[in-house]
Design a binder for this molecule. Sequence first.
Ligand code: ZN
Length: 244
Amino acid sequence: MARHNLVPILSFLLLTLVTLQGTDALHFFKTEPEAVTRINSIHYEVTNNATGTLGGTRFTDKIGITYSKSILQLASEFNCRVFRQSKKSESKNVESIKMYVETMDGVAYTSNDEIHVSANYTADYSGDVKREITGVLYHEVTHIWQWNGNGNAPGGLIEGIADYVRLKAKYAQSHWVKPGGGDRWDQGYDVTARFLDYCNSIRNGFVVDLNTKMKNGYSDNFFVELLGKNVDQLWRDYKTKYDN
Ligand SMILES: [Zn+2]
């Protein structure tokens, strides 16, 4: 009996293995099983509070609740990978992530593990709105997972790290500054994201270590500790490299 059943079982296992080999998910699962279990156990909830408006309808037609939920989960997994928060002790304790589509100004904001996305922005965005909101969600989900130096880190750095994750997820917008662009290292968003990418090119793992250090506090000296130069010198080197 047992011998009789072995062939289909082995074929199934082989097929599963071959299928999984080609996916990034397997790599993630292999390297950080604890993180996968943790991310999977989070409760994800998406509510459209703007139904009947132009943006609320466009959200339903072009993006949708199911897709948004999957992005909240994928972006959480991506954050755990980017920040290498494989163990629970290294990571924030997040039990649920909620997202609301609302009639409001601006693009989006996050507080208390709740992401608010503007229906007005969704309505007015010209171009691939699904891709754009996906990028916005990678940015906002990062705010849930990143450390903020107990509230002492510069706001521009916090926004820069969120856009750095968006950049690494390949959802940067076409109008972002090019590498070397901007006036100050802590200008925030794309400017700081590009600068952090440069810093990470000097030493791979820099952004991971910077985020880890920001768990309990913040000091500009973290740049010296991690790269051997102060942040102003690094900014000058960066501007010189791209000659602007
Ligand atoms: Zn932000």
